[in-house]
Structures are given as C-alpha cells and as structure tokens.
Write a protein that binds this ligand. Structure first.
Ligand SMILES: Nc1ncnc2c1ncn2[C@@H]1O[C@H](COP(=O)(O)OP(=O)(O)O)[C@@H](O)[C@H]1O
Ligand SMILES: [Mg+2]
Length: 352
C-alpha cells in the first residue's frame, strides 16, 4: 500500500540536489543496450514529445517494435516534483495484467529490460492503430471510437477493481495536487469545495473506520487522446500506465471527455460532433458501469479544463482564445454548481 501521501516540500527544489546520473545518455546508448538482448535491433525515429521518457520505433529481425525507456524526471520549478523512473515498474505490471483481458487492448510486451528501465513492445501501428490525438488535430476524429473508448474505460474499471493494491510511483494526493492547482488558483477562497474534491479523488479516509467506505482502486489518470490508439473500426488500445495511482476511478472518463470538449472549443472537432461523441461515449460506459455522482463528474471535467488551459501543455491548445474559452467553461461549470450531465452538456453547447 502506498502510504506516501505527502507532497515533497517545494523548498527541496531550491536546494542544490544532485540527482542520479541518467542510466542512458542518448539514443545511441539506448540502441546499443537493447542490442545486448536483441543483436539485430535497429532503432528508428522518436515517437515521444517528452524529454525524459524516450519512446522510439525500431525493428528486431524486421519485426516492427516500440522501445520505451524511462528516466527520472527532475523538478525544474518549485511547483514541480521528482517523478522516479520506477514508473517503469508500474507500467510493466499493468501491461502484464491487461495482456490477456478480452475487453481491453494494450500493447503486448516483448521484453522487460528492467535494469535499464526499458520495455520493448509490439508496434501497434502494424495492426492499423493510429494515435487519437493526431487524428483529432487533423480534424479527423473517428466517431466510432466513442463507443469503444467508453466501454473500454468501464471495463478497465471493472477488471482493475479486483486487483490487490500494488506499489505505484505516485500517490493520488500528488496527482491531485498536479491536476487541481490551476483550479485552486481560480478559486483561492473556495477551499471547502477543493478539499471535498480532493477527498473524493484520493479516497483517503482521515479516520481508520472510514476506510471501508472509501475503497481505493486502480486509476489510470493519463486517460487522454494522446495515450489512445484507434483503428478504422474505432477499436481502442490504451497506452502509458507509468503514472497510475490508487484512488477514485470515476476520474478517468471525465478526464478523457474534457479533451473532447477542449478540442471542440479549438474547433478541431465541430461542436455538434463533440457533443454526440460525448453522449455515445457516456452511454457505452454506463451500459457497463454506473456514474453515481454527476456533480463530481462535472467538477473533474472542469478541473481538467483549467489544467489544460493554464498548466499542462496540450497539443493544439496554443492560442489565447483557446485558453480563455477553456478557462471560461471551467468557471461556468463550477459557478453554475452543475450537478447533472444533462446540465453540463447544455453549458458545453453554449460555450464559445
Ligand atoms: N506500442 C506502441 N505502438 C505504437 N505507438 C506507440 C506505442 N507506444 C507508444 N506509442 C506512441 O508513442 C507516444 C509516446 O508513448 P507514451 O507511452 O505515451 O510515452 P510518453 O507520453 O510518456 O512520452 C504515444 O503517444 C504513441 O503515439
Ligand atoms: Mg503518453
């Protein structure tokens, strides 16, 4: 059980900390290390935007593969924190657990080179999978994916609910801190609502006897279009599980849909299509898993809008109009104290 609930003191970032040297210094180094296991390995181009997690395409005996290497992500600002390369272990564990599931597809692991926190996996593009974010940015969302993503997220929840808690790199508290900061800045005086949402997100019981009422489950908080690949039929593959935690599983669907809403504000998806997409996705999800608190759903979605407007970099969210409209919709949701998905959709329809 991960009891490490506290955020690293931000002052630590100012101290002259010497973090361990990287395990792998450059792509050539990675290639030669993978070659020790697979002599015919050839590395191709990079698939990742991040500088610390390095994802490359490549081949082994002409078979296309993807290689993902994880280093520590060091804090650069006082509000940042260290993300340990141990996220590799969590990712491998999740990929192994989901490998044989009928209703969820994840990349098949070919080799876990855990000494160099590197995994070799199948290249899903061979089977016609394309990154959903790239499709959206080309204004070419596949509407058939709505149903598949809704039901796969619900299946992920159901399946992982049975899992015994294992060590993850991050706690729900840390994850909430990162994701909610911009919302907190928008409402500095509304600590009560903030604390309530934190307690929901983390499912952290202050009192021991409350723990049964707040069971924590597996959460994949990076459930966004960049981490989903879809094929022509709209079937989906989920990726990138390193930053998972134990907390409230209800976060995953509104987090995903916040991106669909965001891309409707930027006009990458026409508004009417985005609404339809969200409705189909929610229905497919609800056919498997209930949404018990639609007010929380709305708050999670708003939280992600604030975060995407002012915190995390989201591809395609570049102009000031994009940020303002995401922020404005976030404010409208929280000011309106929205308690139902129906009302939420009405607000989204009106948003500009
Ligand atoms: N097995 C795979 N097959 C095809 N593409 C992949 C595969 N794994 C990752 N990718 C691509 O590489 C990108 C980065 O991989 P990801 O695991 O999300 O790392 P990160 O986001 O931490 O850089 C993904 O957005 C996806 O487009
Ligand atoms: Mg990713």
């Amino acid at each position: 059980m991960n009891k490490n609930i506290y955020i690293l003191p931000v002052s630590a970032t100012f101290r002259d900390i010497h973090y361990p040297d990287p395990i792998i210094r450059n792509p050539k180094d990675l290639e030669s290390k993978v070659k020790t296991k697979f002599p015919s390995f050839k590395m191709g181009k990079s698939l990742s935007a991040s500088d610390k997690v390095k994802v490359f395409e490549g081949t082994i005996d002409k078979q296309k593969v993807v290689v993902k290497h994880t280093e520590n992500t060091e804090p650069k600002l006082p509000v940042d924190y260290l993300i340990m390369n141990e996220s590799h272990d969590a990712e491998v564990r999740v990929l192994k657990r989901l490998a044989t599931e009928q209703h969820i597809r994840v990349p098949q692991l070919i080799e876990n080179m855990d000494k160099i926190t590197t995994l070799v996996m199948e290249d899903l593009r061979v089977d016609g999978f394309v990154n959903l974010s790239q499709l959206i940015l080309k204004k070419n969302i596949n509407m058939k994916s709505a149903k598949h993503i809704g039901s796969s997220l619900a299946h992920l929840i159901q399946i992982s609910r049975e899992w015994e808690e294992f060590k993850t790199n991050e706690s729900a508290q840390l994850s909430f801190y990162e994701r909610s900061l911009e919302m907190l800045l928008a409402y500095p005086n509304d600590l009560k609502r903030h604390k309530k949402l934190e307690s929901q997100f983390t499912q952290y019981a202050q009192e021991k006897e409350e723990q049964d009422k707040k069971p924590r489950h597996f959460v994949w908080p990076d459930s966004h279009p960049k981490n989903m690949l879809i094929n022509k039929n709209g079937e989906v593959t989920f990726l990138d599980f390193g930053r998972c935690h134990w907390g409230d599983q209800n976060y995953m669907l509104p987090n995903f849909l916040a991106h669909i809403v965001l891309y409707s504000l930027t006009k990458h998806i026409p508004k009417s299509k985005a609404i339809k997409y969200a409705e189909v996705c929610i229905k497919a999800y609800k056919d498997i898993e209930p949404i018990e608190d639609e007010g929380i759903f709305a708050q999670y979605l708003a939280m992600e809008l604030f975060h995407s407007a002012n915190g995390r970099f989201v591809e395609g969210i570049t102009k000031k109009e994009h940020k303002i409209s995401a922020q404005s919709l976030g404010l409208a949701i929280l000011d309106g104290n929205i308690k139902s998905i129906k009302k939420l959709i009405q607000l989204i329809k009106k948003a500009k």
